[in-house]
Design a protein around this ligand. Structure first.
Ligand code: 5CA
Ligand code: ZN
Length: 473
């Protein structure tokens, strides 16, 4: 895609996802079509989290002294917090922060809730809006000042081991979630200088957008005991000792929605995975002067049949040229189109057109066509997922000379290199190339290179990790 940014902006408007003309920078309005996509995505995530998390809802405002308690955390967010300073005309004697994320809203309450080892583990999540006064260039859904769809989970454990295990569990949940949406991802451990403020370490998911820039689409943080000590969250062990808890938190945002749109879309517009498409199938009666009533009646019958089987159907009866309708529903990303005209009706057949590859398929309406359509949804999803993964994998390029970084990046690709993992060396690499290090790969990662007996690309010391570098959003 030549100009992804422009394409993305246009598609949000044309497919009526959001209206970004709201008169506050970094804040937009969800339009009905976008809202439906958002709703279906949230349903998928909730289903995954509800298996072993409890959903809660905390207030939007955080008292200044609670926000200020955790020194590193507050420093990380200090430039980004919006403040409520007045109630009406009266100045508040305690300023209230609008949550940039909810650690400092939740953890004073956790300190009241956690009593004994029998209370643990605790696993909560909430889906709320959060606010960050971003100073970098804002972009709809990608870098916003009101994150409208912040899904944050917070867990509390009795041991360090369990917290580390929870990080792995959360990673598996997020993988499953991104897989359901067919979003390709790179998981890495963020460099220490780029971890979440207050975390022991941060695991991050990045996807690659068509312009070759990576977008961080989710993060899982091991908080260790840092917040437990600050907010005095302790529990009584079986031996009646009072111990600080271990915590994790993990979150996703509107960027997930941006990625679904960004990685799957094409020149014709959106391509939505059937699971989240507001219109999973669009029926278009091909009407001529004669026989139109029969055609419409048959289309209505098919619609009812599909709907009874739980499929979201959109029937476009409008008196406009079919070509115009095709164009519109392709733009909107409806995964399948069903066309039926008088000649098809005579044969009791209909034509299906796949949005992912525009392939035409004739179906027999005497057969079990609902099954066939469900199979096609599965095929479409698998094909979309496979394509975007292949595209991303092709763009991860291993290099062994730092001089090659900028060429690879200029070609819209991601660099993989061997690294000692030391902060000083990493910062030097970032300085020399002016490109960010995303992080290091787990040994089991498909993007991991064998570092055994090899040297760090920059300092020549023993290589410990595979690092990735990319131009980032
Ligand atoms: N409390 C932790 C876990 S919920 C937290 O706030 N982590 S975070 O800062 O990394 O944010 C979670 C995710 O939100 C990020 O991985 C990123 O995908 C997304 N995000 C962060 N800032 C923005 C923003 N301004 N606009 C859109 N998405 C954002
Ligand atoms: Zn090095």
């Amino acid at each position: 895609m030549e100009n992804f940014s422009e394409w993305f902006h246009n598609i949000l408007e044309e497919a009526e996802i959001i209206d970004s003309r709201y008169p506050i920078k970094g804040m937009s309005v969800w339009l009905p079509n976008g809202f439906k996509i958002r709703k279906h995505i949230l349903e998928l995530l909730k289903k995954l989290l509800d298996k072993d998390h409890e959903e809660v809802l905390f207030p939007l405002l955080v008292p200044e002294d609670e926000l200020a308690k955790e020194g590193i955390h507050v420093k990380g967010f200090e430039e980004e917090v919006y403040w409520v300073t007045h109630g009406g005309r009266k100045e508040l004697n305690k300023k209230l922060a609008i949550r940039p994320t909810s650690e400092t809203a939740m953890y004073p309450m956790f300190s009241l809730w956690v009593r004994s080892h029998t209370d643990l583990p605790m696993k909560f999540y909430q889906i709320v809006n959060t606010f960050r006064y971003e100073t970098k260039h804002t972009r709809p859904l990608i870098r916003v000042r009101e994150i409208t769809t912040f899904k944050e989970a917070h867990t509390v454990h009795g041991t360090s081991y369990e917290a580390a295990e929870q990080v792995k569990i959360a990673i598996e949940i997020y993988k499953e979630f991104f897989d359901l949406l067919g979003i390709p991802y790179i998981l890495s451990k963020r460099p220490v200088w780029d971890k979440f403020p207050g975390a022991d370490y941060t695991m991050a998911f990045d996807t690659l957008l068509p312009d070759g820039k990576t977008l961080q689409i989710g993060t899982v943080h091991n908080l260790g005991q840092t917040f437990a000590k600050t907010f005095d969250i302790r529990y009584e062990t079986e031996d009646s000792i009072h111990e600080y808890v271990y915590q994790t938190c993990y979150g996703l945002s509107d960027r997930v929605i941006a990625s679904v749109i960004g990685v799957h879309g094409d020149k014709k517009g959106l391509r939505l995975p059937p699971k989240i498409a507001p219109n999973q199938i669009t029926i278009i009666p091909i009407i001529f002067k004669e026989g139109s009533e029969e055609v419409i009646a048959k289309c209505e019958e098919i619609k009812l049949d599909l709907e009874t089987n739980g499929i979201r159907v959109n029937m476009d009866n409008r008196d406009i040229r079919p070509g115009k309708k095709f164009y519109q529903w392709e733009l909107n990303g409806s995964p399948l189109r069903l066309e039926l005209g008088p000649r098809d009706l005579k044969k009791n057949k209909a034509i299906l057109v796949r949005r992912d590859n525009l392939e035409k398929i004739e179906i027999d309406l005497n057969s079990k066509y609902v099954e066939k359509i469900n199979e096609l949804f599965e095929n479409i999803y698998n094909n979309m997922k496979k394509n975007v993964w292949e595209k991303m994998e092709d763009k991860i390029i291993a290099i062994d000379n730092l001089k090659d970084v900028n060429d690879v990046i200029a070609n819209g690709k991601v660099v993989s290199f061997l690294w000692c993992g030391e902060e000083e060396c990493g910062k030097a690499i970032e300085e020399i190339t002016d490109i960010d290090i995303l992080g290091t790969q787990d040994e089991k990662s498909e993007f991991n290179q064998d570092a055994d007996g090899k040297e760090c690309i920059h300092c020549g010391k023993k290589a410990e990790y595979t690092g990735l570098m990319a131009k980032t959003y």
